[in-house]
Design a protein around this ligand. Structure first.
Ligand SMILES: Nc1ncnc2c1ncn2[C@@H]1O[C@H](COP(=O)(O)OP(=O)(O)OP(=O)(O)O)[C@@H](O)[C@H]1O
Ligand SMILES: [Mg+2]
Length: 368
């Protein structure tokens, strides 16, 4: 049984949906406009929302935007169910944050089928698709290395395609590490007017032999994109609806309100730190920033990456300083540097080394 919020100013629609959904075993909350819907959603976040567009006080587009902007509801699937059926209405709804758009001419059976599909995709412990961000505020902590190798570990073990998105606005290193030429990039995808479907995204993706599907960072200055690009949150949602695992190399994101919605798409943030004092300071700042943009503390996993063979602060000291559990420690792995220079990531070379084993273990925990 799921809790479904229906927002519509038409009493007949409310009654009809109440009947259909309750008959299917769901609990229904009803609201007659966006303001009332928002109040219900904030007090008790639903599992799914069905919302109209043309409503008094707050229309459906603004309602979707506000649902996406709040961390507690940012990931709730929204079906916009509207009498308007022009392509531009659908486009506007999807850009505002709707997960799908169905015209009111849709049969009750088809509406229910779509609701059940979206609920199944977002059921914890089920076939839930996951978005995982890799991040550090300290440059060179190994964020890209861990994102690339974890993506490969997931693709190989789960035998599924894994999306990897390089959010460096310019010259990110994922393509280089995977030995791919970034002929198509995330910037092209963001600037494409046909961005909004999995099919149109496919033409911008670089497939890797391991099953990793890369959206690369642009290699040229002219093509760089802004992390505040208005399509970025939508792109993340489309990817998440099509891939069981979607990994983001968060690069050097700031904690700007404009890009908060990207952070809200993530089910997990792997916060990477190297075992040294500057990294501990950066980690403390990153934890503050993540709290500020509304990422719940339980979503954040601290992973220590030993990027040098030299003296490093012991785990206990780090743990005490950041006052958080260290979920995994990746040992210094000489083969990692060689892997970077050969375009053949560590996880492709048999996976027996200590570094590869630790990354495989991290990937397994991310699945569980
Ligand atoms: N566990 C490790 N053992 C040995 N070398 C490592 C390890 N992790 C990363 N490295 C090396 O450290 C360097 C920096 O790694 P990487 O580019 O992944 O860091 P980053 O955090 O993404 O950096 P940037 O801030 O430039 O985005 C690379 O040469 C990589 O091979
Ligand atoms: Mg990097």
């Amino acid at each position: 049984m799921a809790h479904i919020l229906v927002v519509d100013d038409d009493q007949d629609i409310l009654r009809l949906l109440d009947f259909i959904l309750k008959r299917a075993g769901h609990e229904v909350s009803a609201a007659r406009d966006g303001v009332e819907g928002l109040a219900i959603a904030m007090e008790r976040p639903p599992d799914l929302i069905v919302a109209d567009i043309m409503m008094p006080k707050m229309n459906g587009y603004e309602f979707c935007r506000q649902i996406r902007a709040a961390s507690q509801t940012a990931q709730v699937p929204i079906i916009v169910f509207s009498a308007r059926f022009q392509p531009v209405d659908k486009q506007t709804a999807l850009e505002a944050g709707a997960t799908d758009y169905l015209p009111k001419s849709t049969s009750p059976e088809d509406l229910l089928k779509r609701i059940e599909e979206l609920l199944a995709e977002s059921t914890p412990g089920g076939t839930r698709n996951r978005a995982i961000g890799f991040f550090s505020m300290r440059g060179g902590a190994g964020v890209t290395s861990l994102a690339v190798n974890t993506a490969i570990a997931l693709a190989l073990v789960k035998k599924t395609k894994v999306a990897l998105v390089d959010l460096s606005p310019l010259g990110g290193h994922t393509a280089l590490m995977l030995g791919l030429r970034p002929s198509r990039t995330l910037a092209d995808a963001l600037n494409s007017p046909r961005l909004l479907t999995p099919d149109s995204l496919a033409e911008h993706i670089l497939p890797h032999s391991t099953g990793v599907h890369l959206l690369a960072s642009p290699p040229s200055f002219e093509a760089q994109f802004s992390p505040q690009h208005r399509h970025l949150p939508r792109l993340a949602r489309v990817l998440k609806s099509s891939y069981q695992f979607c990994l983001f190399d968060m690069s050097h994101q700031t904690f700007d309100e404009q890009i908060a919605s990207i952070w809200h798409q993530l089910d997990r943030v792997v916060l990477v730190l190297s075992p040294d004092l500057p990294s501990m300071q950066s980690t403390a700042m990153a934890l503050q920033g993540l709290a500020w943009v509304g990422v719940p503390a339980e979503k954040i996993w601290l992973v220590v990456n030993q990027i040098t063979p030299h003296y490093q602060l012991p785990s206990e000291t780090i743990q005490k300083s950041v006052r958080r559990e260290i979920v995994a420690t990746i040992p210094f792995e000489p083969a990692m540097v060689k892997a970077v220079n050969s375009g053949k990531p560590l996880m492709m070379s048999g996976g027996r080394s200590a570094g590869a084993t630790a990354i495989a273990r991290l990937a397994a925990r991310l699945v569980g």
